[in-house]
Design a protein around this ligand. Sequence first.
Ligand SMILES: Cc1cc2nc3c(=O)[nH]c(=O)nc-3n(C[C@H](O)[C@H](O)[C@H](O)COP(=O)(O)OP(=O)(O)OC[C@H]3O[C@@H](n4cnc5c(N)ncnc54)[C@H](O)[C@@H]3O)c2cc1C
Length: 433
Amino acid sequence: MAWDFSTDPEFEERLEWMRAFVREEIWPIETIESEIGQAELDRIYAPLQERVKERGLWAAHLPPDLGGQGFGQVKLGLMNEILGTSIYAPNAFGCQAPDSGNSEIIALAGTPEQKERWLHPLLAGELKSAFSMTEPETPGSDPTQLRTRAVRDGDGYVLDGHKWFTSNGSIADFLVVMAVTDPDAKPHRRASMFIVPVDTPGVNLVRDVPNMEHPGQHFGMLGGHTEILYENVRLGSDALLGEEGDGFLIAQHRLVPGRIHHCMRWLGVARRAFDMLCERSVYRPVRGGVLADKQTVQNWIADSAAQMQAARLMTLHAAWKIDTYGSSAARMDVSLIKFFGAQVLHDVVDRALQAHGGLGYSTDMPLEKLYRYARHARFVDGADEVHRESVARQILKAYEAPEDEIPTEYVPARREAALRKFASLLDPVAVDG
Ligand SMILES: Cc1cc2nc3c(=O)[nH]c(=O)nc-3n(C[C@H](O)[C@H](O)[C@H](O)COP(=O)(O)OP(=O)(O)OC[C@H]3O[C@@H](n4cnc5c(N)ncnc54)[C@H](O)[C@@H]3O)c2cc1C
């Protein structure tokens, strides 16, 4: 019987190396990030990226023929738990969203020419990319309502639309844009994906939208979320990724394993907040002892440990299911971890911040930043409500209304049936009673 929770020692060694590397080389970047520009940040990254490449851990999410490692989702999940401890870590490992997802879909659906022009330089870290789907005017939770249009024009297309929250849009060299090509097709066949160089005439970067993570101006830096107007953008036929109408199909390939990585990264964040919570608890004096002596704080620690353990096992199990049976077999598991993991992240960071009081609210600790980061997890990557709805719908497929609407477990009816079943064995008093 195969049922194994161990990590093979050779891979564990690599994870150990990653833990030390991320903590010693990447975490320090966080403290100077707001004082430096993108060019300085790129200079800091360059030698770190070389070290990651030397270790054979670069772009590990891709198959070996594309320069990745072919690790599979369980190993990638374990790696992402470490990368999640700092928002600056994935970029040092060549698996920064949205570049990682974009490289996966170009690898999957791109022509040899598209791979040559976009994928290989992207993997080499020579180009940056963004994924442009969400629109201010339509619900991101239901992208079948997208309005951005790509209309056929001779051999190519003309693209018009309004997008926002295109992460890294203002530092990208090219954008993967989701646009409607056939508004009359079935909802999930309406949209197609296009590769659009950011310097194409008509691509207008309006701003990086100020938000909870970056409340001030942040244009042209890693982690900005860009508003873009596509106005009469002329594209050649070579811009189309996959076939017309394949947009959702391709997006699905990108999203399912991507959610494993997100959830494991959230656990990395949660673990960091948890360590801060525990450390604070053992020294902060309060009336009658230290925080750790208070049952409320003990409950926070125990509940956080239980939630993180549950989320971790659920996520690794979903990863194992993808590795063993493929993405579609793991759809419900991936929805479960999406909303559960997002809530765990939120709860653990919230408790750690609470335990730090004013210090937690201040920028002298990273907790207020983690809290703002944690908040978005509950609605991106499919709002939690949408995933819950999807899980419930799938579960309910196995149920049907009982005959005459009498519940299957209704005790009086079951008792009557039991009396009939055992009638020959029961004495008359018991039966009458
Ligand atoms: C930090 C960050 C990075 C992002 N990066 C990208 C990116 O790179 N590219 C990109 O294209 N987009 C990106 N987005 C956008 C993100 O994908 C959307 O914000 C998300 O899909 C939700 O869409 P929406 O904002 O339009 O909200 P809506 O779809 O309007 O939903 C709003 C709320 O309505 C509720 N809701 C929705 N549907 C249901 C339902 N069926 N049942 C019950 N309640 C429901 C939920 O509470 C939901 O939070 C990013 C967003 C953030 C915050």
